[in-house]
Design a protein around this ligand. Structure first.
Ligand SMILES: [Zn+2]
Length: 397
């Protein structure tokens, strides 16, 4: 059985009541008229008003004390290696630190920081399969790290993608970090990956660190990967004109990252809004990277896109939850029956000038996290990383 961070096996009934604000993760209806959530065996089974739900015989009951509940946050773009260690900035425990920032799911955009990373085809396939297995069996703090994202290289053939998919690999690492940098070559491989059910991301903009590449708008359009990875650069962005063109001329996910160019990120958001396509916007940190790791990076993206991006906070939360889940084909990210019971409970930080949680985020403040739950199991209480909130949920029994 997988080590899911302290607990194994199916978890019993979980009841969360007294929820002051229920953020659904769904852009079409970001706030639900509900104050209680019931989960069983790690899945949501009911959402609604406490008086209408069966709250009896719970194994664990949580009094939210009026805090807001959101789906667990998803970081659409990370570069893990193995375990809870990153060689990029020689840090241990970085994933657990992200859990304290509300992140319950991470998507690898390639295990590119492995010292001596293999670039031959059999080697890169072996690494991807090993990373997928490793993070499937070991979840730091309970965080679900979807890893095993091969960085494609010249010379790969369709059979390589079939092999990878058969072995359980579901992602492609950022296209452009390996030797495949031409649009026509990338297009062929993205199509093979898609044929075998793999989700793909392309690097966008200038090289991130020495050794990675420059990918311009014409290559991104031709490659047609599922996600326009860090459309705001990682860190060097394309021109705003090229970013506009990417938003307008393809329908793929628009990923905005913390370790990118903020001006370019806000521009991409504005264009997506003008196109009435906010459902394409997803967020990541693109960490660990040269800019380090950001345990509160996803919360900071939500606050940035809400405050400077002129977006209601309840919508900005959807960029980090429901949108990503839909575009990455994940079973979490929304508060609805059948979804994974991954939750963040939070409230307005103490002394924020905002009148409530949403107003504080709209004013650029970060919320205070009081509890994080993954697969129906309480993983942490009050976050060690966020500013403290006035109200903190309590485990009643
Ligand atoms: Zn990149």
């Amino acid at each position: 059985m997988a080590d899911i961070g302290g607990t194994t096996g199916p978890v019993g009934k979980l009841v969360i009541r007294n929820i002051g604000l229920l953020l659904s993760g769904d852009l079409a209806r970001p706030i639900l008229d509900a104050d209680a959530v019931v989960a069983d065996k790690g899945r949501i089974v009911a959402v609604g008003k406490a008086r209408d739900l069966d709250l009896d015989n719970a194994k664990v009951t949580i009094d939210a004390k009026g805090c807001a509940l959101s789906p667990g946050l998803i970081d659409s773009h990370v570069h893990p290696v193995f375990g809870d260690w990153t060689p990029r900035q020689s840090q241990l425990g970085w994933i657990d630190s992200f859990l304290n920032g509300g992140v319950t799911t991470m998507i690898s955009a390639g295990e590119v920081h492995l010292p001596g990373r293999p670039k031959d085809i059999v080697g890169l396939k072996a690494l991807a399969i090993t990373a997928q297995r490793s993070f499937d069996a070991f979840r730091p703090g309970g965080v679900k790290v979807h890893a095993g994202a091969p960085v494609i290289e010249k010379g790969m053939v369709e059979e390589d993608f079939a092999d990878l998919a058969k072995a359980g690999v579901k992602l492609l690492g950022e296209i452009g970090l390996g030797s495949v940098k031409a649009g026509d070559e990338a297009k062929k491989m993205v199509a093979w990956a898609r044929k075998y059910g793999m989700n793909s991301t392309i690097h966008t903009g200038g090289p991130s660190v020495p050794g990675s590449g420059y990918i311009d708008e014409s290559v991104v359009l031709e490659a047609d990967a599922d996600v326009i990875g860090h459309i705001n650069g990682g860190h060097t962005a394309l021109s705003l004109k090229q970013i506009t063109c990417l938003c307008e001329r393809c329908e793929r996910a628009i990923e905005i990252v913390h370790n990118g160019n903020e001006l370019a990120g806000l521009h991409a958001l504005r264009i997506a809004r003008e196109l009435k396509q906010l459902e394409r916007v997803i967020v990541g940190t693109d960490s660990p990277a040269g800019s380090g790791v950001q345990p509160l990076g996803i919360l900071r993206m939500i606050a940035l896109l809400s405050s400077l991006g002129d977006t209601p906070a309840e919508q900005a939360f959807c960029f980090a939850t429901g949108n990503t889940a839909r575009l990455r084909d994940l079973d979490c990210g929304l508060i609805e029956p059948g979804r994974a019971a991954d939750f963040v409970l939070m409230d307005r930080a103490q002394h924020s000038s905002g009148t409530d949680l949403l107003d504080s985020v709209r004013k650029g403040d970060l919320p205070g996290i009081g509890m994080v739950i993954i697969d129906g199991v309480v993983r942490i209480g009050r976050s060690r990383n966020t500013p403290p909130a006035d109200r903190v949920p309590e485990i009643v029994h």
